[in-house]
Each structure stands twice: as structure tokens, then as C-alpha cells.
Design a protein around this ligand. Structure first.
Ligand code: GLA
Length: 707
């Protein structure tokens, strides 16, 4: 079965009675190329010391294949029926995809694959569903969604790791004979193991070379592995990580694995990202919200923390509106006994201690200023010091007889229990009904360290489905309310949750230098408009670093822009700079939030990227000088992604106070800060602009418009 996109081809081997596998996935093949031809080319000879036949690979890599190195599926009935071998029974074709129905009569199991290959983007999506047709329960201990082959020329593995305030850190390692394995048991997407991986050739960079990308659209425990088989074949496997006993299928029951979203690029890593962005935009984000310009945010967290004072908040709102903010988000601290992070979580009623007249006066003040109002919730959690916990101590996840792991003084609720989900929905619904609220920041600030339910059964996997269901319930009751997924910064920023929300909080670090790296990492999978990017205070609360407003604002401007600083204490001159930056963001917002992202290769002292309009009529390029340079001048900036047939006017639009350090730079010589200069697309793309010498911690923004 063959599927084609403009630059990629997928061929599935799904003959009846045989295992299902991928025969070919990579660069587009000529229409005349047939499967027999490929099978001939791929023929494998025998070898001493291994099986006498070339063992087939399958999407499941189930034990019945007899493969000595890798199993992607493990299930049994009280120690029996463990050796499944799935054979294709039927294939149902549909537009751009197929359902492949496999069966194993011996173990009485069914395995169905739903495979979609987007002809426009070449994005491949795979889901698998297991059914127990037997008469006894089945214990599923492991089930990768799929094990997918990549060419052995993919010698490099790029994983994404990190910690709180250092999310999306890339780690590029050479593939070797050992299995590359990432496991996440935190019960959320996690800071340390982003559920995605890239495989690339050694010489693959941002704009050149072959690469394959894989993302598991799931916000819970996961396993990602890359196996280099000794016969030269390479398999990339992704799936939910199941805890012992977590998935038990009664006769007739099914287990659906989370979806893998994957893509191939023959034009480097940036092209791979553009495919993922296209997928997020077209398939995950809701069209009504996509059509609306994303309002510039003001978030109160770093300005006031738990020190809520209505008059001060109103003053902040007024200042925010003055400089162009369009949405005011009231963060943690407005409810129950939440005067610090050790109490109140779970009690979702407005605190009369800090809001004697309720939230109404603040909401009215904000909306009268022409801004939308947004509100923070952390629905899945409870502080032991709360009315909710005192009333329902049995609602939390845990392990009987084992002390809870301390984690921000809070415990996780078992939201898979209908009464818990109902309580949370009703609480959120009541607040949304009573106020003109257009936005929820939905937080989740601890790992599910002991995800046992009240009967002791592990419930980490079902928490994720219960979360998605709760988000959907809130969304369908309040379709005009946007939802941001936050988890101690960016610990829940994946394609699974984005199918049920509108934006992610990328990181709790608002340090622009760190943010340049974090946002670049996140951009491998997520388009800029879903990445919450805020301007932090002059002295960053997380790193203690002081950065200019020009640098802070330019960094936040390249995503979904927001502010998270005390507008009452920042310098007036800085607020003017900020106002200009917000204005510049609004001018280019449609371009940034709909255009194609080209991350650029550069020396390590620079971080550069451009967003190019789909019709190539305009582009905005950002060059951040993140460290000192041992060279006299930095390299030339090549304006990748333009139309070689067109001419463009080039201008420097940020910082507005740009001054050369010594002598005129190309910026002055070409009057780029003034009326700009005109060049051919090819000169800009292949020649490039000699970048000026600039202080480290400077960020230049160039606007390029076709003439
Ligand atoms: C988490 C979030 C922050 C903030 C706090 C509030 O850490 O990532 O942005 O909302 O919770 O407690």
C-alpha cells in the first residue's frame, strides 16, 4: 500500500496473513517504482550465527516474530498467551490512510492500526488499538504504539531533555550498538524527557540533509527507544509506558495507544519542524481560535506572586492597557486559603479575604480597559491544607502504607473518578459563568509519584485521558474560553494536550538568554503562536541575570507575546521600549503566527531564525547575540527561505536605539535603520548580510518585504 506526498513516500507491507511493516518511508519515489523492485533491492542474505531466514520487522515487534533484540509488545493471560504474532486480516482504505486489522488466533488478540499520511505535508500518524477476544483477562505490560524503521544513515539521535526553567534542551548523540532509551514515569509530559525524538544524518543541519522526526501525542508516562539491530536495521519506537497491572483487558475490552506523529525531511531539521507546525495548525488547534489574533498577555505571577491586592492589580491592569496589552491573566492566589503555596489548592471559590467584593470589580476594570480577563487554575491538585482534602482525603492518588513524596506541598487528585471530575468541572464552570472570563491558565505542578487509586491499582495512564476529557468538557461548555496548558513551566507542552487546549506555557524562565534556547528547542515541534513567551523583570527572578528591555522584548516578541513583570516598578524608559515592542509584535503578529519558521545555522554565539510568509511576500528575522565572540566580526546572516525570483527591501526594525559600536556597520552603510535597501532574493539568501559587531545580549530583528 503506497502513499505519496510532494516530498515523501510511504509504502506499507500489509499482505494478508503476514505481519504489517513499513517497506519504505523516505524521499518521494517515482510513480513507476513498484514494491517488487524495492523488495528485490532490499533482499537480505543469510549469515552464520543468526536465524536461517531474515526475520521480518513489524510495527508491533511482538514476541511471536522471534526477534532476538527488540520486543515492542508484551501481554499475557496468567503467564500464558504471551507469544503473540499478529497477521494482517483485512485492510480498509480511506482518504489518505488506512485501517489495518491484524489478528492472532492463537492468543485471541486483535490489533488494529490506523495510519494517516497527509498528502500535503507528508506527516505520518499512527495509532494502534488492542482488543482482547479471549475468554479470560489479558494483562498488557508493554505496548509501543509502533516501531518504525529509519535508514541506517540516520547516525545521530537528537533528544530533548531539561529541567524546570530549562525545558527543550537539545541533546545530539551518535547512535551506537546500545539501545537509546528515554523513560518518563512522572505522570505528566515532564521536563526531563520530551516525548519526541529526531534521527538525522551526521551532516544534517537546519536547512540541509535527511532527518526523521517522531512525536508521541501524549501527556503522561512514555517510553522512547532507538534500537540499532546488528543486521543494520534501525527501529524507532514510541508508546505509553504502562505500570504493572495498569492495563488489564477483560474479554471484549480494548486498549488504545497514544498517537505517533512523524515526518521525514530531505531538507534539514527546519523543514521537519515546518511539517509538525503545519500539523499542529491544521489538525490540532481549533479553527475559531486560530482565526483570532492572539492577544498580548499580561500575567500577574512575577509581579505579585501571592500578594493579591485589588487596587494594586487594577493599577497594574491600567498600566498594562496603556502600553498595548490585550489580555490580563490573574495567576495563582485568588481562591480559598491560597495565601501561599502550602494551602488552598482544590478550593475553587474566590477568596473573600483578598477579594471582599468577589472578582467582579477586577474583571470589570480589566474589561472596561478593553482587555480580556484570564484566570489561573490547577484543577488536578489539592493541598492537604484545604477544605477539599479535609472533606475527601480519599480522592488523592497514593500508595497505601507509603508516605506521599513531598512535592510543592500538594497531592494529585484521582481525576479519573467521575465524582472528582464532576466536582472540578462544576467549580470551574461556576467561576466561568459568573464572570466575563476568556482564558484559563491550566496548571499542574507535581509529578504523579505514586499514582495508585483508592483500591491500589495504578492509574497514571487513565489520568491523561481523564484530563483530556475534563478539558473538552470545559471547552464545550465555554467555547469562547481559550486554555493554556502549563505544568511548572513547560512540563506539559505536547501535541496530545494541544488537541484539547490553545497555548502552552513554554517555561517559567523569563530570562531572555535562556528563553532564546528554550524557545528554539520548543520550535522543533510547536509553532511560535502556541508558545507563551513573556517579558520578565529587569533582574530575572530565576537566574538573577539583568538583561536590557530591548533584549527581553525582542525575545518574547517572536512567540505568543506576553509580559510578566511589575509594571509599577520598571523604569519609565523601559516601559516606552516595551510599548514599542508590543506595537512591533502586533504589526508582525499575523506573519509570526502563520508563517513558515526557518531556524538558521550559525556560530554558537548567535541564535538566528526567520519567519517567512507562506507566499514569500515578507519575513521577519531574529539574530540574538547570546555570547561574546572570539572573532572581530560575526558571520553573514543568510536570509534563508525567501523567493529567489523576487527582490526585497531589507530593514532593521529592532532595536530602535541601535548604534554601531565602532564606525559605520553595514546597517549604517546601507541605511537599514532608515529607509532600507533593496536586494535580490538570491543575494540575501546566498550572499547574506555582514552582521555588525554588537554587544552580547543584543537581539536584532530584520524585516524583509518583497517589492
Ligand atoms: C507554576 C507555573 C507558574 C505559576 C505558578 C503559580 O509554577 O508554571 O507560571 O503559575 O505555578 O503557582
Amino acid at each position: 500500500m503506497r502513499f505519496d506526498a510532494a516530498d515523501a513516500t510511504l509504502i506499507l507491507a500489509c499482505a494478508k496473513g503476514a505481519p504489517v511493516s513499513i517497506l519504505y518511508w523516505g524521499a518521494a519515489l517515482h510513480a513507476d517504482t513498484d514494491c517488487a523492485e524495492l523488495k528485490g533491492l532490499f533482499a537480505r542474505q543469510g549469515m552464520h550465527g543468526v536465524a536461517d531466514v531474515a526475520l521480518p520487522l513489524s510495527l508491533a515487534m511482538e514476541p511471536g516474530l522471534g526477534h532476538p533484540m527488540l520486543h515492542g509488545f508484551a501481554a499475557h493471560r496468567a503467564g500464558k498467551d504471551w507469544g503473540s504474532l499478529f497477521e494482517v486480516g483485512a485492510v480498509e482504505l480511506r482518504e489518505g490512510g488506512a485501517k489495518i486489522i491484524c489478528r492472532d488466533e492463537r492468543t485471541r488478540l486483535g490489533l488494529e492500526y490506523e495510519i494517516d499520511f497527509d498528502a500535503r505535508t507528508g506527516v505520518l500518524r499512527i495509532r494502534s488499538t488492542l482488543t482482547n477476544y479471549g475468554a479470560t483477562p489479558l494483562d498488557v505490560s508493554d505496548m509501543m504504539t509502533a516501531c518504525l524503521p529509519v535508514p541506517d544513515a540516520m547516525t545521530d539521535i537528537i533528544g530533548f531533555t531539561g529541567r524546570w526553567t530549562q525545558e527543550f534542551t537539545q541533546e545530539r548523540v551518535a547512535r551506537n550498538a546500545a539501545t537509546y532509551l528515554r523513560e518518563n514515569r512522572s505522570g505528566r509530559t515532564s521536563h526531563f524527557s520530551y516525548p519526541a525524538i529526531l534521527l538525522a544524518a551526521t551532516d544534517t543541519h537546519e536547512s540541509t540533509g535527511d532527518a526523521y522526526g517522531f512525536h508521541l501525542a501524549f501527556s503522561g508516562n512514555h517510553r522512547i527507544r532507538v534500537d540499532s539491530l546488528t543486521d543494520g536495521r534501525v527501529l524507532v519506537s514510541l508508546g505509553a509506558l504502562l505500570l504493572p497491572g495498569e492495563v488489564q483487558l477483560a474479554p471484549g475490552e480494548t486498549f488504545a495507544s497514544p498517537e505517533i506523529v512523524a515526518a521525514y525531511s530531505g531538507q534539514g531539521l527546519s523543514k521537519l519542524s515546518r511539517k509538525f507546525h503545519d500539523h499542529v495548525r491544521a489538525k490540532l488547534l481549533c479553527p475559531e481560535m486560530r482565526a483570532k489574533p492572539r492577544p498580548v498577555h499580561y500575567n500577574t505571577w512575577e509581579a505579585v506572586y501571592f500578594d493579591h491586592d485589588v487596587e494594586k492589580l487594577k493599577e497594574l491592569a491600567t498600566r498594562a492597557a496603556d502600553i498595548g496589552v490585550e489580555r490580563f491573566v490573574l495567576d495563582d492566589g485568588w481562591f480559598g486559603g491560597r495565601r501561599h503555596d502550602r494551602a488552598g489548592l482544590g478550593d475553587w471559590t474566590v477568596s473573600r479575604d483578598v477579594y471582599p467584593d468577589g472578582l467582579g470589580p477586577l474583571v470589570d476594570h480589566v474589561t472596561k480597559l478593553g482587555m480580556e480577563f484570564g484566570l489561573w487554575f490547577e484543577p488536578e491538585m489539592v493541598n492537604p491544607d484545604s477544605d477539599l482534602y479535609r472533606a475527601h482525603p480519599d480522592w488523592v492518588l497514593g500508595l497505601e502504607g507509603v508516605e506521599q513524596v513531598p512535592f510543592r506541598s500538594q497531592l494529585a487528585l484521582d481525576i479519573s473518578r467521575p465524582e472528582v471530575a464532576d466536582y472540578l468541572f462544576n467549580a470551574i464552570d461556576a467561576i466561568l459563568r459568573d464572570h466575563d472570563i476568556r482564558y484559563i491558565k491550566w496548571d499542574m505542578n507535581r509529578d504523579l509519584s505514586h499514582p495508585g487509586d483508592s483500591s491500589g491499582v495504578p492509574r497514571a495512564f487513565v489520568q491523561v485521558g481523564a484530563l483530556y476529557a475534563l478539558l473538552d468538557r470545559v471547552r464545550s461548555a465555554h467555547p469562547h474560553v481559550e486554555i493554556e496548558s502549563c505544568s511548572s513551566g513547560g512540563a506539559r507542552a505536547d501535541m496530545g494536550v494541544l488537541a484539547h487546549s490553545d497555548r502552552v506555557w513554554t517555561s517559567d524562565s523569563n530570562d531572555a538568554l535562556d528563553r532564546q534556547v528554550i524557545q528554539r528547542g520548543a520550535s522543533f515541534f510547536l509553532p511560535l503562536e502556541v508558545l507563551g513567551c513573556h517579558v520578565g523583570p529587569a533582574k530575572c527572578h530565576v537566574t538573577g541575570r539583568r538583561l536590557s528591555m530591548e533584549m527581553r522584548a525582542a525575545t518574547a516578541l517572536m512567540g505568543h507575546m506576553g509580559l510578566e513583570l511589575n509594571l509599577l516598578t520598571e523604569r519609565a524608559a523601559d516601559l516606552d521600549v516595551l510599548k514599542n515592542a508590543i506595537n512591533l509584535h502586533k504589526i508582525h503578529r499575523a506573519l509570526l503566527h502563520n508563517g513558515d519558521l526557518y531556524r538558521l545555522d550559525s556560530a554558537p554565539q548567535l541564535i538566528a531564525s526567520g519567519v517567512i510568509a507562506r507566499d514569500k511576500s515578507e519575513a521577519l528575522y531574529s539574530v540574538a547575540y547570546v555570547a561574546s565572540d572570539a572573532k572581530v566580526l560575526p558571520g553573514r546572516l543568510q536570509f534563508t527561505g525567501l523567493d529567489p525570483q523576487r527582490s526585497y527591501k531589507l530593514q532593521l526594525v529592532w532595536p530602535t536605539n541601535w548604534l554601531p559600536i565602532k564606525g559605520p556597520s553595514a546597517i549604517e552603510m546601507l541605511d537599514l535603520k532608515g529607509k532600507g535597501a533593496i536586494f535580490s532574493g538570491t543575494a540575501l539568501m546566498h550572499g547574506g548580510l555582514q552582521l555588525p559587531h554588537a554587544f552580547p545580549e543584543t537581539c536584532l530583528l530584520f524585516y524583509v518585504a518583497a517589492i
